[in-house]
Ligand binder design. Structure first.
Ligand code: DP6
Length: 326
C-alpha cells in the first residue's frame, strides 16, 4: 500500500494570519493564492502491517521532533478516517529550503494528504482532501486545487475548505521567489500567528478582508495586473504591520528584503510592472507578467546578497505520480 504525490507550494495574494480555531486550523479570514510550478514537495507514503512504528524521512534535510510529531498526527487523521491501524513510512523531498516562508508546510501537508489517502486506497473528493490538508497546515489546503485558489474561511471544519477560481493556464503571471536567507526562520508561522490578537490593529485587518477578497477576485476576472499587484502589496504590508505590532513583535524582514522592496518601487517608476509579496520570512516573491520575465530576472540577478531564485508559473494542484522516485 504505497503512493507518491507531488504538491506545489503556494503564494497568497490575500493572506492568512490568525486562527478562529487553533486545533482545527479554521482561519480568521478567507485567503486567495496561486500554486507555484517550481517550488514543490514530492512525498511517498507506504502503509504496511509489519511496520513497527511510523518513520518519517526528509531527503536532503531533517525534521525536528516537533515536525515529525506533526506529520505523524497527519497520518493518524488519515488512519482514523480510513479505519486502518497500520504504521507508515513517509519519505519526502522539497525543491526549495524548508523554513523559508510558509511554503514547505503547505506543499508538505498537501502531498502527505494526497499520497496518504491514495496509499490507503481511499478516494476522497477534492473538497475533503483540502479539509484534511488544512488540519495539517492551514495554507496546505490551497495547494490541493489547481491554479488560482480561494480558501473559504468557513465556520466549521466541514465548510473551511479550498477550491479553484481559475486553472493554472488562465493567466500568464510569473512569480520569482528571491531567496536572501535560506535558514530556518526564527518564529514559525503557527506560533507567530497565535499572537495576532496582541496587535491593536488586528480587528481592522480582519474587518477589511472581505472587501480585499472581492477586489482581488475582480482583478483576476479582469486580468488587471496593476490592480492585482497593488492589492497584493497592500495586503503584504498590512499583514507585516500586524506582525510587527504584535507582542512580542515579529520582524521577518532583513536589510536585503527592504532593499528589494525599494528596488521594486524604483523599477515600477521606470516602467517595469512588478510587485512584491512577503510571507513569514525574509525572502521576497516578485510578480510580473510573462512578457516581462526576462527583464526582471536580469535585474534581480544584479542585486547583491541574492542567494538563489526560483522562477514559477501558476501550477496545477497536488496529484499522484508514479512511485519511481523513492
Ligand atoms: C504568512 O499555513 O504555515 O504564509 O496553519 O499554523 O500551519 P499553520 O500556518 P501556515 O501559515 C501561512 C501564513 C502566511 C500567509 C499565507 O500563506 O496565507
Amino acid at each position: 500500500m504505497k503512493a507518491t504525490a507531488k504538491a506545489p507550494a503556494n503564494i497568497a495574494f490575500i493572506k492568512y494570519w490568525g486562527k478562529a480555531d487553533d486545533e482545527l486550523r479554521i482561519p480568521l479570514n478567507s485567503s486567495i493564492s496561486m500554486n507555484l510550478s517550481e517550488a514543490y514537495t514530492v512525498t511517498t507514503v507506504e502503509f504496511q502491517s509489519d511496520f513497527k512504528k511510523d518513520a518519517v524521512t526528509l531527503l536532503g534535510g531533517s525534521f525536528s521532533e516537533k515536525e515529525t510529531a506533526r506529520v505523524i498526527q497527519g497520518l493518524e487523521r488519515i488512519r482514523q478516517r480510513v479505519g486502518i491501524s497500520m504504521y507508515a513510512r513517509v519519505v519526502t523531498k522539497n525543491t526549495f529550503p524548508k523554513g523559508v516562508g510558509s511554503a514547505a508546510s503547505a506543499s508538505g501537508f498537501a502531498a502527505l494528504t494526497v499520497a496518504g489517502f491514495s496509499a490507503a486506497g481511499v478516494k476522497l473528493t477534492e473538497k475533503e482532501l483540502t479539509i484534511f490538508a488544512r488540519m495539517g497546515s492551514g495554507s496546505a489546503c490551497r495547494s490541493i486545487p489547481d491554479g488560482f485558489v480561494v480558501w473559504e474561511k468557513g465556520k466549521t471544519s466541514e465548510d473551511s475548505y479550498a477550491h479553484s477560481l481559475y486553472s493554472s493556464t488562465y493567466w500568464d503571471i510569473r512569480d520569482i521567489l528571491v531567496i536572501v536567507d535560506a535558514h530556518m526562520k526564527k518564529v514559525p508561522t503557527t506560533e507567530g500567528m497565535e499572537g495576532i490578537m496582541t496587535s491593536p490593529y488586528w480587528q481592522d485587518r480582519i474587518a477589511g478582508i472581505p472587501a480585499k477578497i472581492i477586489a482581488m477576485k475582480l482583478a483576476l476576472a479582469e486580468k488587471n495586473f496593476e490592480k492585482f499587484g497593488n492589492s497584493i502589496e497592500e495586503d503584504t504590508l498590512n499583514m507585516h504591520h500586524i506582525m510587527q505590532t504584535q507582542t512580542p513583535p515579529l520582524m521577518y524582514w532583513n536589510d536585503r528584503t527592504k532593499e528589494i522592496m525599494k528596488r521594486v518601487y524604483g523599477w515600477r517608476k521606470d516602467g517595469l510592472p512588478v510587485y512584491f509579496s512577503i510571507d513569514a520570512g525574509p525572502n521576497v516573491h516578485l510578480f510580473c507578467e510573462g512578457k516581462d520575465i526576462n527583464a526582471l530576472v536580469q535585474k534581480v540577478r544584479d542585486i547583491d546578497g541574492v542567494q538563489s531564485i526560483i522562477i514559477n508559473k501558476p501550477s496545477i494542484g497536488a496529484h499522484c505520480i508514479p512511485n519511481h522516485l523513492f
